[in-house]
Design a protein around this ligand. Sequence first.
Ligand SMILES: *Cc1c(COP(=O)(O)O)cnc(C)c1O
Length: 402
Amino acid sequence: MIKLDFHPAGRHFLQIPGPSPVPDRILRAMSYPTIDHRGPEFGALGLRVLEGIRKIFKTTQPVVIYPASGTGAWEAALVNTLSPGDAVLMFETGQFATLWKKLADNLGLAPEFLGLPGDQGWRHGVQPGMIEARLRADTGHLIKAVCVVHNETSTGATSDIAAVRRAIDAAGHPALLMVDTISGLGCADYRHDEWGVDVTVSGSQKGLMLPPGISFNVASEKALAASKHARMPRSFWGWTEILEMNRTGYWPYTPNTNLLYGLSEAIDMILDEGLDNVFARHARLGEACRRAVRAWGLEIQCAEPACYSPVLTGVIMPEGIDADVVRKIIYERFDMSLGTGLGKVKGRMFRIGHLGDCNDLTLMATLAGCEMGLRLAGVALAASGLPPAMEYLASQPGGRLA
Ligand SMILES: *Cc1c(COP(=O)(O)O)cnc(C)c1O
């Protein structure tokens, strides 16, 4: 039997790019009693989170909250707006884009996977110019949706969503724009309304600092209109009934009450810190992390500086080093979890998460653990990465009084 109380002293360092560490404040809120989901107190909680979460998405549209992981919200976005066999244009940025495409295939849609040649797709963000060219060629408007991942968690590339919107508009194409910001929300700026996104998909266990188990859809007026004549079968995921019940703070079925207590707390924490401060903190941690990786003499998975992710950094291993062996050493010696390489980059790289409930010293400890582990694994480092990271962090405004 595996023991689940195996952390001997201090905190486990959960530096994977989600689930991210859950703050004590949120864990405490989640320990409130599970109440009647048809009772008066629940309605007040429901209305509170449904209202508050709109500020995080920067939307005046209603937000749909599902008791499901992010994958469920991916499916919900597609089945609410599309019809069997519809052509969907998706962009290959990494493993999560690949999984969303596979889901579209499984549903009986006709996804087309656009991407940069060779392994370049997994080292860059979405290329709006390629999307514009493809849409211009689709003179019959057969493509019904363009689906992109805002923050590609498998590689550490954050794409310019406003530029994708401009590309669709420049092509004069009516396709819906659907965006996965499952790991971007609450870490990198995101503007559902201003960027003209039709369906936004997100989840709880990344920037929102909650355990896994809830996910979101935000629909534009255009997407809500499309849902009226979309013919994909749907029941659990259907927006109409949920939005109707949500008016009074309830759901058609049993929502996950305790996670909603946590969501309410998370919204307060993020808005108290201020969204812009949250984004600045993530940007600062990302930059410090990349300075350390460069000092080590190692390569960063994202090769496009404009797309560097504030959420995580992918670190490519030198030839002959298995990234998962390095991760195992770090886990066993220093009680820290790092993200594994997914899909095409399995064993070639690992991912350092610096999202959610993380500060400057969390990052420094994380980098120290990585550096010790890399040396123990026999990776020849050019220099210590800690001094440049420390110098950068100390030179930036930040901390409690920022
Ligand atoms: C985590 C993640 C997902 C998958 O979400 P689940 O909660 O594991 O279903 C999808 N897309 C991105 C970008 C993610 O980071």
